[in-house]
Design a binder for this molecule. Sequence first.
Ligand SMILES: C[S@@+](CC[C@H](N)C(=O)[O-])C[C@H]1O[C@@H](n2cnc3c(N)ncnc32)[C@H](O)[C@@H]1O
Length: 297
Amino acid sequence: MVAEPDRSAEGGWAAEGGRAAGGGRAAGGDCSNVARQRAHMPEGTSAILDTRSLETGNRRLAALLHPGLSVLDVGCGTGAITRGIAEAVGHQGRVVGVDVNASMIEKARAAHGSVPGLSFEVADVHTLPSGGAFDIVAAARVLQWLADPAAALRAMTAVAKPRGRVVVLDYNHEKAAWTPEPPVSMRRFYAAFLQWRAAAGMDNAIADHLRDLFAGVGLGDIVVSDQHEVSQRADPDFEMRAGIWAAVAATRGHQMVADGAIRERERDAAEADYRAWLRDSAESHVQYLLAVEGVRT
Ligand SMILES: C[S@@+](CC[C@H](N)C(=O)[O-])C[C@H]1O[C@@H](n2cnc3c(N)ncnc32)[C@H](O)[C@@H]1O
């Protein structure tokens, strides 16, 4: 059966500073403020998001979609995956991509704003405008950047229809693997990256904690799917995919230097050594991701 898209939210999603769902509370406390600053996507990171697609970057969500669904994509970035969602739900469906970063939304609108049924709005996951009941509320690689992911999950659940689905895709950064081991400078950079995130209250292992988070906010029928991203040297896009850590060093690395998490010469060495490792010796890289879905009861 094709679900009728709910049009009742129209207007509410376009309005700046819309009313808050889930009590409208932004997560409070020092960690949340630090996390907000650290989650800000620095210049250069949007190119990484543009390399993703629904099929390669959110396989479980792709399998759940069919024409006519209404979908909210929270933390949509530059909208590359959101576009795929809109194409999958077709003309009868409705897709809204939201992101807290206005420059991401500008890029998303410029690249994908003409796709029928697709719109983009600036919004924080903690203060999603109310009134938009969606069949699916999704967030990919977003909760990992939050100090209070349970609050975000509650807000996402509040904008799902009764029996609607919440679908979260995220990492356990502690289970990433490289073959052979990357250079020591990159291992130090990666350890500093995880420490920099943890100091802001972010959960580096959030993928493995999502099931409990879902149960804690009252979502039912929870399903967990492995979505690990395995990149092998023979893959045509290996350098781009496994090269993400050189890109992270080149972009977020500067935030880490500014925050005193690492020295510039260490950041610089990690980036250069990793690029050389990628070119000369890298065989594979695995990023550990789980997709977790639950139904609003
Ligand atoms: C790693 S990107 C993921 C983008 C896209 N979902 C993907 O999988 O490629 C994380 C996105 O979450 C957004 N974000 C971070 N905190 C947010 C918040 N509190 N509310 C909404 N979006 C947020 C960031 O601006 C960024 O665009």
